[in-house]
Design a protein around this ligand. Sequence first.
Ligand code: ZN
Length: 244
Amino acid sequence: MRIVIVADIHSNIEAFEAVLEHAASHGPIDRLWCLGDVVGYAADPSACIALLRQHPHTAVAGNHDLAAVGKLPTDDFNAAAAWAAAWTARRLSAKEREYLSSLPFVAVEGDFTLVHGSLRSPEWEYLLSADAAAEHLRLQETPYGLVGHSHIPFVAFEREGSLAAMAALKDGDVLKLGGERLVVNPGGVGQPRDGDPRASYAVYDDEAHTLTLHRVEYDLEKTQRKILEAGLPRHLAERLAHGR
Ligand code: ZN
């Protein structure tokens, strides 16, 4: 099985399509695992939900998915994110709302646990430090974990006691899965934040036992134009060019 792992698509259909085209050009896509935030920020929430649902997939809820269906207040969102959540909520059909509302916080697929933020706080915590990763790994019952939310690709390995070792993941990095317990963030599809504007995703090959990170260029000027035409905050278009 070849499983394509995506996170933080954020209504960016150009990035999502580019990722799936790239993945399909290297082999079959047997299943998608989505780590939350299908919607929020960009201008194509419905198209992104539809494209995800065209594939056999497992998905968990992100904070933006929950906000768009009124299951999470946006008081703690920044102004642009809150604006985008309200904008998205107005555009979702009843069926799309029902789909997003149905997503669980945590899903287990074989050796993997899928969650948007962390097991300590599924919809809120950003796993950005070795300490936070160690806490997450302590709660993780499977050998491997997958998170999104920070939009920054990394791997954290469990070490003795309450420690974890954390490293950034770059385009083409291959993790050979073996004895070590770990948690991986495949980066953001629709709004990367590690300074590289290319869409980020990962592939899990369950025969080779590898996780491979990929970065893909997409037509981000088109995404930016749509954001501006939709009347969404200009900052949400501008940041795509900087990968921040
Ligand atoms: Zn996100």
